[in-house]
Design a protein around this ligand. Sequence first.
Ligand SMILES: Cc1cn([C@H]2C[C@H](O)[C@@H](COP(=O)(O)OP(=O)(O)O[C@H]3O[C@H](C)C(=O)[C@H](O)[C@H]3O)O2)c(=O)[nH]c1=O
Length: 182
Amino acid sequence: MKFLPTPIPDLIVIEPQLWHDDRGFFIETYNQKLFASNGITATFVQDNLSCSRRGVLRGMHAQAGENAQGKLVRVLRGRVVDIAVDIRKASKTYGQSFSITLDEHEAKSMWIPPGFLHGFVALEDDTLFAYKVTGFYDKSGEIGVRWDDPDLHIDWPMNPEELIVSEKDRQLPFLKDISSPF
Ligand SMILES: Cc1cn([C@H]2C[C@H](O)[C@@H](COP(=O)(O)OP(=O)(O)O[C@H]3O[C@H](C)C(=O)[C@H](O)[C@H]3O)O2)c(=O)[nH]c1=O
């Protein structure tokens, strides 16, 4: 298991040790001791799973407040472009986004601490997106920013007309119009 820094401090990509044999493969998807020795000491309290058709874009979301969420995200089936945006007010990389392709074959994951907007676009039908979170779901703590906010400089891999975005996400504000709670 390798813990790889990204250009944004605290945002970490994890490359698993893939054990292949003639049956298939085995990986450890989470190991508290290894994570802690690489600076990720969070405690996870909830696991989530979503299934998305090709073109579904979920985001950009964060959960703040007493149930602020850090997320350990991965793809179980299919492929996504996954995006995290730093909205920690005191951060030197405030407003900066990082993008990575996650899929079932490389089985990489990404640690996204509290203080980041998160979203992804599914590149294949029936993409299964699984993630561990450090805070219980708390609708009152949910915030979001429009996926197409020009200030986020996100280069989505699909044309807007191909994207499937929920009505809720279409109504989200621009980053300049909110005060980050982080
Ligand atoms: C997040 C969540 C949702 N729900 C219920 C509430 C809604 O009735 C339904 C769908 O929720 P939503 O449309 O917010 O799902 P996504 O658009 O996939 O939201 C997620 O999208 C991006 C990728 C994220 O990083 C967040 O984890 C999360 O905001 O599931 C729950 O019961 N528990 C939960 O933890």
